[in-house]
Design a protein around this ligand. Structure first.
Ligand SMILES: Nc1ncnc2c1ncn2[C@@H]1O[C@H](COP(=O)(O)OP(=O)(O)OP(=O)(O)O)[C@@H](O)[C@H]1O
Length: 376
């Protein structure tokens, strides 16, 4: 179970400095628009991945006028993580004070599930969004998955580079296609295996939903080339057309998860709220599948009350108690943000509450208001 016990940050957007002792189960951050709530989740995301979920440019995250941002976190197993980004460019990622090998090392130590308004585009968006969700799950379950995926991507880049030369060099093409096919076999096999678990978990969750329509949802894993056909043959057959397009059009990089209701794409049938709940079920199912072999992830949930009605919030909170290591959730209104958790069993019904005001974060008790302002 992954848990953050301490989070310290400085120079992070409008938060000049802060040092938080986090609760073991639910942590609620409430405050007005623009107060800095999302920035706290963004800092945790940076700690777990080395990057923001809002910007590719570290410069925009560093507080205006500051030379650097820092985020430090301590996990319940004693591991410490640190990220520093400089306004001049560059920075450092450290695990237990030692330079990290890669950002995937961070992801192994602190698996995260981020749910914000962008997450709800999972059904409407392109296949890449859904493929990344599947890949996140496979990465945490199958230890050699990343090697196979990277190998596949290298071979794919080489084949695409050959295609862009404008004529097919048979021998070179054959070499890269062979490599592509062997990596693709591993990637596809592991995805298909993990997908079967994911599908089972999604159904066990949505069967608890009140709406009948959502329980009609079906999910299919599309592997990226025709079922029953050989990828090597499919690539050879596609060479001429790929040459005119300048890229490879079949293979695991085209894989997708197809959600349908009565044979129609789910997003054309389900209401916005139903789509959101389906995405919540998918994210929860991902955490459950990962829990079998890895650590239960920390859930970062940006503004839950804005996304779901109270009945669905309550159900999602219940799912999370069964599937999350720890939850960090934001909202504008304290009472509304607390409500879904209070009806749950211990320790989920005893959230740690933080008030965020103009970049200052104060720990509060649930009932009595501010008692410990720790950041100026
Ligand atoms: N680089 C920066 N330096 C200083 N302040 C910044 C920087 N980038 C963003 N800000 C400010 O920091 C704040 C970040 O707010 P954040 O998005 O975390 O707020 P929030 O509490 O989640 O708001 P909302 O409820 O509107 O989503 C905003 O007021 C924004 O204008």
């Amino acid at each position: 179970m992954a848990r953050l016990t301490r989070l310290a940050l400085s120079g992070f957007r409008n938060i000049a400095a802060g040092d938080l002792q986090l609760g073991a189960a639910v942590n609620l951050f409430y405050g007005a628009n623009g107060s800095g709530k999302t920035s706290i989740l963004e800092a945790v995301h940076m700690l777990a991945t080395g990057r923001s979920f809002r910007s590719r440019q570290h410069q925009s995250v560093i507080q205006r006028g500051s030379e650097r941002l820092t985020v430090f976190g301590r996990l319940d197993n004693g591991v410490s993580l640190g990220v520093e980004r400089l306004s001049s460019g560059g920075g450092r990622i450290r695990v237990n004070q030692v330079a990290a090998e890669s950002s995937s090392q961070l992801a192994q130590l602190l698996p995260l599930q981020l749910i914000n308004s962008d997450s709800f585009a999972a059904l409407e968006g392109g296949p890449g969004v859904r493929r990344r969700l599947l890949d996140w799950t496979v990465f945490h379950v199958e230890h050699h998955y990343l090697d196979a995926l990277k190998g596949y991507q290298i071979a794919l880049r080489q084949r695409n580079a050959l295609l862009r030369r404008g004529k097919i060099e048979q021998e070179q093409m054959g070499i890269w296609e062979d490599r592509l096919v062997s990596h693709a076999a591993v990637v596809d096999k592991q995805r298909a295996r993990v997908f079967a678990d994911l599908e089972r978990e999604v159904f066990s969750l949505i069967s608890r939903l009140p709406e009948s329509l959502l329980t009609e949802v079906s999910i299919r894993y599309r592997r990226g080339w025709k079922q029953g056909s050989d990828l090597g043959e499919a690539l050879r057959a596609a060479r001429e057309t790929d040459l005119t397009q300048g890229h490879t059009r079949v293979g695991p990089h085209r894989a997708d998860l197809a959600f349908a209701v009565e044979g129609q794409p789910a997003q054309t049938i389900l209401s916005r709220g139903q789509q959101k709940m389906l995405v919540c079920a998918l994210r929860t199912a991902m955490a459950r599948v990962v829990a079998g072999t890895s650590r239960l992830p920390v859930f970062l949930i940006d503004d839950l009350p804005a996304e779901l009605d109270s009945e669905h919030q309550q159900l999602f909170a219940t799912w999370l108690t069964e599937s999350a290591g720890q939850v960090l959730v934001t909202g504008i209104d304290k009472e509304a943000t607390c409500r879904p958790w209070l009806a749950l069993g211990s320790p989920w019904n005893q959230p740690s509450v933080f008030h965020v005001e103009h970049g200052r974060i104060s720990a509060e008790s649930l009932s009595t208001g501010p008692n410990n302002e720790w950041s100026k």
